[in-house]
Design a protein around this ligand. Structure first.
Ligand code: PGA
Length: 256
């Protein structure tokens, strides 16, 4: 199955509107209309507009890092799917481990966001992954299963291929400790099997599963060569033009 690779930059709480626009312009100049790899930039909310303007007319897509499941109302500090769509956002990261850890998001709440994103034609990038304690306790697969099943409640067969999954072992995020290609592939294959059980083989073969956690140009080729790793959700290495472009090149090399 030839799934198109995705390289998505998760800028987290970095870059002002101006800085983000500049970085996006540099990336846009290099990527242009090339479509071998699907490239997504996920700046903070405040830079969505400037980044959107910088990538207009290119193949690069715009993603947000979070959203609230309700349409509108008294939710101070929150942003809705409709508001994101109005800025030409097409993707949204949901259930990132930092949201789960620091903002108390659980699977049920994340599931409401997934359904709201789908209802508003946004592609969720649903993040799952175990902590170091969970890995050491041997519960990696159980944790990932709970997060996937919880996050996908009510997602239909028609919708499942719209969803992108990101496996991000929490112990590898921002730590420089990357999962080995074998460790990552084991969990990616497990996730694809789970989706096969839930949605059938034909659809499961189409779902893109990204790896995230200290992915950088030096370790990307081996990770991206794994049969069930369909791209990367990149934090640190997405904040600088050179490393992000090198990751796109690495993904393009395995796609060919
Ligand atoms: P990292 O972050 O690449 O800096 O480890 C990845 C992520 O949290 O999405």
């Amino acid at each position: 199955m030839n799934r198109k690779k995705i390289i998505a930059g998760n800028w987290k709480m970095n870059k002002t509107a101006l800085e983000g626009g500049t970085l996006a312009q540099e990336i846009a100049a290099a990527v242009g209309k090339e479509t071998v790899v699907e490239v997504v930039l996920c700046p903070p909310f405040t830079a969505l507009e400037s980044v959107g303007r910088a990538i207009d007319g290119t193949a690069i897509r715009l993603g947000a890092q979070n959203m609230h499941p309700e349409r509108n109302g008294a939710f101070t500090g929150e942003v809705s799917a409709e508001m994101l769509r109005a800025l030409f956002t097409t993707h949204v990261i949901l259930g990132h481990s930092e949201r789960r850890m620091y903002f108390g998001e659980n699977d049920a709440f994340i599931n409401r966001k997934v359904l709201a994103a789908l209802a508003n034609q946004l592609r969720p990038i649903l993040c799952v992954g175990e902590t170091l304690t969970e890995r050491e306790a041997g519960s990696t697969l159980a944790v990932v299963q709970r997060q996937i099943e919880g996050g996908l409640q009510g997602v239909t067969k028609e919708q499942i291929t719209t969803i992108i999954i990101a496996y991000e072992p929490v112990w590898a995020i921002g730590t420089g400790k990357v999962a080995t290609a074998a460790q990552a592939q084991e969990v990616h294959a497990f996730i694809r099997n789970l989706i096969t059980k839930l949605y059938g083989q034909a659809l499961a073969q189409k779902v893109r599963i990204l790896y995230g956690g200290s992915m950088k140009p030096s370790n990307a080729p081996e990770l991206l060569a794994q049969p069930d790793i369909d791209g990367g959700l990149i934090g640190g290495a997405s904040l600088e033009e050179r490393s992000f472009l090198d990751l796109i090149t690495a993904a393009a090399a395995v796609n060919q």
